[in-house]
Design a protein around this ligand. Sequence first.
Ligand code: ZN
Length: 170
Amino acid sequence: MAVREIVVHPHPILRKKAREVQDFGQELQQLIEDMFDTLRWASGVGLAAPQVNVPLRVLVVEYAHEEGIPPERYALVNPKLVYVSPETEIGTEGCLSIPGVFGEVVRARSIIVTGQDRFGNPITIRAHGWLARIFQHEIDHLNGILFIDKALRTWKETPEPTEMVLQARK
Ligand code: ZN
């Protein structure tokens, strides 16, 4: 298990466009394992490689639609949003790289995303609701976009216990 340090806004890597992955070798496998470890450690639902200071187009998602059911896990490389529904919805988002800040963001209700799995095989994912929101948020990270750029309004909340741990780690 290797938890990597999560970079925090306004770190410049969060504003850069991440590079396409070309090499699906051991280094990428380790990155993806570490990203899942880091995501679980931080109790998040999605993480993009720039958030662990790696400028590559890689994201991981681990999301349970309901408590008590096993989460859906995705590791997605070089993702492309190939469909966004015209129907949108407003939801509250936070970000592991912007601790303590939340905001209301309008996102497409349904999406289709294509890309590659961790071994380079093509994959297509259809997502709806919260899962679609997570993918949109994480793909934005690969383009240097943060949810605070899109939020209708943002507010600060007392840090959650995990965020306090994150800050204590620095
Ligand atoms: Zn984020």
